[in-house]
Design a protein around this ligand. Structure first.
Ligand code: ATP
Ligand code: MG
Length: 774
């Protein structure tokens, strides 16, 4: 008998061995839900189910890859290869490539990312002559996205007087028109946005019963991880596809439902039993991930939520450390504390950087953590922030590649038609857009037929436009015979993009050039990888799809060892030995935007539950007394969640002596050097002192100077190279003498900002800079 089933406990084995028919596994964090799903697939295949007939939907593509690897190790590589496994978006993008033509989309349709959508919406608002302060493109994009996720098409919108009225009341009576124009323009551009991938799949399966039957028959076994976070559109797709064979297996945890803002609907879990006949429900109770303290602390938090399914979670793991809580005066200090702790723990316990994760509520919180880690020379990686693929130069190259595959792609065209500069001005572009709208054609098509149209564009400009069209067409011809790498390399050179950044000569320009090189390396890797797959060729279309759907989380990180920084939302499903959750403050976590109703607050609490349960060995929660937000230093109050953790599982690292467990703002250890009696007079009544009694930034700076040892890492931070440091004088072969003002970045990216006596201020990449310390 195979041994992999022995790697499961009895409760886990039952759903893995479950024969046909619907089943649901509902269980708390770390209890092996994902493992059950993985092993069930392997088991099905061992029982003779063809991998072709299995569809598995995961939360990230990274999770899918890991599952696939595990399955391959059980059933063999060649068997695992054909599994359709990935996120909803990537799986259904693939399906639409096969059958989207029935809806009028080309098989090489472009996937617009959020930025593309926003740009297009902004352009539409401008073309319609609307006030951009009332019609804010980001808000509009959000709204359109939520319509789509609720399957409200343009037609449905106009048929729903409530929606129309609501927008009129919100002083946006032309919302519906914008929506319509946006959908039309995407269609004309042969493009789908992220939400379309689900909406159009639904449309396809509803309007074309033969297509539905084909996929129902193909996907006889459907498995969904993180089921609690599927939205309505995803729910309907799963429901439709599984309707015939009803071999649907979903795993989830209602306590980890954290995407309601994107339309995820917790009732999907609650209604599962109603939707299918004879549902088998399995529960898992044993947590294998975390220490007893972490599991019990997490249980004590989630118990505060009213809306939840009763669950037991226990562990036979060690008791472990208590949850540490640490307070800092400012966010900069918080960063230093986290970096200092990581530094010390690594030393003391021989740990790797990769053993640590720092989680936060919002992306912008990463900056102070990054600064501190950099100063400690601790390598880190940010997940989900500005991803590699969102950098300007990368988007430029990708825009050319997108145009080759789909010349109707309006956003790609607008991005590069005059970059690098080729003398095509905005007025010309505007004229082309107007003509394209008028004739119901794409901009590229208009450009192809300039001679026949009377567009008030002069001969010189016409020639330039013609040259551009010819260039793109020459790439298209090349695309037919080359793989994505060869073509991308050619395009980067031929368009002048590489040269453009090289000419620039600044460290930024060099960095951009290197990023393009990195992109080319990535494409090469991709092409090699694809060649091994049965149904892939390494074509440009495949590459672009991979990129469009890659969240930063999915990027292979190689084996380099870095601290992981990410939002809690992104951390779902992951685990790390040591976890810091920073910014545990009211208005930040729980977020100020999510405190209006009990259900919003409960979602924030579930988010906190997710954060805490990522930790295997140790969780540290930090909060600050003052934090920069929107450019201002504001007072911060400790998060209510800190008080909700059962005290017996908590160790307060910065105990306070004013009777308020977390709410004291002024504590002796920070103010050791100042006149404490004055501070005491203004002690808070309600736990939160009035803001005027807080130290201002100047005071804080002074205090920190007085007692540098108070923060874990203010000493010796600045030494970057053996002798190059902030403040030292240097000599540069070309620029002469200067003073180092700032050093930033890591490894190859390390830069120095230097004030030269003659040459002014320069930022230099240390790898290239010819510097001598004097
Ligand atoms: P989450 O709710 O966070 O998604 P989960 O329920 O999906 O968690 P898994 O990620 O599958 O849990 O498992 C948590 C950890 O416990 C993983 O490291 C997994 O390998 C391990 N694990 C699960 N079951 C067992 C088992 N029976 N024996 C040993 N380790 C196990
Ligand atoms: Mg999981």
């Amino acid at each position: 008998m195979s041994t992999f089933l022995d790697e499961l406990n009895d409760a886990q084995r039952a759903p893995v061995l479950h024969k046909d028919g619907p089943l649901m596994v509902i269980a708390g964090a770390g209890s092996g839900k994902t493992r059950v799903l993985t092993y069930r697939i392997a088991h099905l295949m061992n029982q003779g189910v063809d991998s072709f007939n299995i569809l598995a939907l995961t939360f990230t593509n990274k999770a899918a890859r890991e599952m696939k690897k595990r399955i391959a190790s059980i059933v063999g590589d060649s068997e695992a290869k054909n599994l359709w496994m990935g996120t909803f978006h990537s799986v259904f993008a693939k399906l639409l490539r096969y059958d989207g033509d029935k809806l009028g989309f080309p098989s090489n349709f472009t996937i617009y990312d959020t930025q593309d959508s926003q740009r297009l919406i902004a352009a539409i608002i401008k073309e319609m002559g609307l006030d951009k302060d009332i019609y804010k493109y980001k808000q509009i994009q959000n709204r359109i996205s939520s319509y789509k996720n609720s399957l409200i098409t343009v037609k449905a919108y106009f048929q729903n007087p409530e929606l129309v009225e609501a927008d009129a009341m919100a002083k946006r009576p032309r919302m519906g028109e914008i929506y319509k124009n946006y959908v039309d323009r995407c269609f004309k551009a042969g493009a789908m946005d992220f939400d379309d991938l689900l909406l159009r799949t639904n449309e396809l399966l509803t309007r074309f019963p033969e297509v539905l039957m084909k996929y129902q028959d193909r996907f006889r076994y459907i498995l969904v991880d993180e089921y609690q976070d599927t939205n309505h559109s995803q729910y309907l797709i799963v429901k439709a596809l599984s309707d015939r064979y009803q071999n649907i297996c979903v795993v989830g945890d209602d306590a980890q439902s954290i995407y309601s803002f994107r339309g995820a609907n917790i009732s999907n879990i609650l209604n599962f039993q109603r939707d299918y006949d004879d549902v088998a429900v399995y529960r898992l109770e044993q947590n294998y991930r975390s220490t007893q303290n972490i599991v019990k602390a997490a249980n004590s938090i989630i118990a505060k939520n009213r809306d939840q399914l009763e669950k037991v979670v226990w562990t036979s793991n060690d008791e472990g450390h208590k949850i540490k809580i640490h307070r800092s005066p400012t966010d900069a200090e918080e960063g230093r504390y986290v970096a200092g702790s990581i530094f010390e723990m690594k030393m003391q316990e021989q740990l790797q950087n990769g053993d640590f994760a720092v989680l936060y509520r919002t992306n912008s919180q990463s900056r102070s953590i990054e600064d501190a880690l950099r100063k400690r020379d601790i390598p880190y990686r940010i997940y989900g922030g500005l991803s590699f693929y969102q950098r300007k130069e990368i988007k430029d190259v990708l825009a050319y590649l997108r145009l080759i595959v789909n010349p109707k792609d309006e956003e790609a065209l607008k991005r590069v038609i005059n970059f690098p500069a080729r003398g095509i001005g905005q007025t010309t572009i505007d004229r082309l857009v107007v003509a394209a709208n008028h004739y119901g054609r794409s901009i590229f098509e208009v450009m192809e037929h300039l001679d026949k149209l009377n567009l008030n564009i002069n001969a010189g400009t016409k020639r330039k436009l013609g040259d551009f069209v010819t260039m793109i067409k020459s790439f298209q011809i090349m695309n037919e015979g080359s793989d994505a790498f060869t073509l991308a390399e050619h395009v980067s050179k031929k368009t002048g993009l590489l040269l453009e950044f090289k000419k620039d000569g600044t460290p930024e320009g060099i960095a951009r050039m290197e990023n393009i090189e990195e992109l080319l390396n990535g494409i090469k890797d991709f092409v090699e990888g694809q060649k091994e797959l049965a149904d892939a060729t390494g074509s440009l279309t495949e590459f672009l799809e991979d990129v469009a759907l890659a969240t930063d989380m999915d990027k292979e990180v190689g084996d380099d060892d870095r601290v992981a920084l990410m939002t809690i939302h992104l951390a779902k499903g992951l685990e790390f030995p040591y976890v810091f959750v920073v910014g545990m403050e009211e208005d930040l976590f729980p977020s100020a935007m999510s405190m209006n109703t009990r259900s919003e607050l409960e979602e924030e609490r579930r988010l906190f539950y997710v954060a805490l349960t990522r930790a295997e060995k140790q969780a540290t929660l930090t909060y600050t007394q003052n934090r920069y937000r929107w450019g201002k230093l504001i007072d911060a109050e400790p998060s209510r969640f800190l008080e909700e953790i059962d005290e017996q599982y908590v160790e307060n690292l910065t105990p306070v002596n004013d009777g308020y467990r977390y709410k004291s703002m002024l504590n002796a250890d920070i103010f050791g050097e100042v006149d404490k009696s004055k501070l005491r007079q203004i002690k808070p009544k309600s736990g939160t002192p009035p803001s005027t009694h807080r130290p201002n930034e100047n005071q804080l700076r002074k205090l920190r100077k007085l007692k540098p040892e108070l923060s874990t890492s203010t000493t010796n931070n600045n030494v970057v190279d053996s002798n190059l440091a902030e403040g030292v004088l240097v000599n540069h072969t070309r620029f002469g003498r200067g003073k180092v003002l700032k050093i930033e970045g890591l490894g190859n990216d390390k830069k120095a900002e230097i004030q030269f006596e003659q040459g002014g201020m320069k930022k230099l990449l240390l790898r290239f800079a010819k510097l001598e310390v004097i």
